[in-house]
Unconditional design. Structure first.
Length: 54
C-alpha cells in the first residue's frame, strides 16, 4: 500500500487515501503530548493546527 493523498481534518485528524482508494482517518491528538510535537506546539495553543495551517 502506498499513500496517495492526505487531508487535514478538524480536531487534529488526518484523512489518508491509499493508492487502491481505501480511505482511513487517523486521530493525531493522542500523540500531541509526546516530545515529537513539543516544539511545534509552543506558543500555538490557541491554533487548531499550528504546523498544518492552510
Amino acid at each position: 500500500m502506498n499513500i496517495a493523498d492526505i487531508k487535514v481534518l478538524p480536531g487534529w485528524g488526518l484523512q489518508i487515501t491509499a493508492d487502491d482508494d481505501r480511505v482511513g482517518r487517523f486521530d493525531v491528538s493522542p500523540y500531541l503530548a509526546g516530545d515529537a510535537f513539543k516544539q511545534c506546539l509552543i506558543g500555538h495553543a490557541a491554533m487548531p493546527h499550528p504546523f498544518l495551517v492552510s
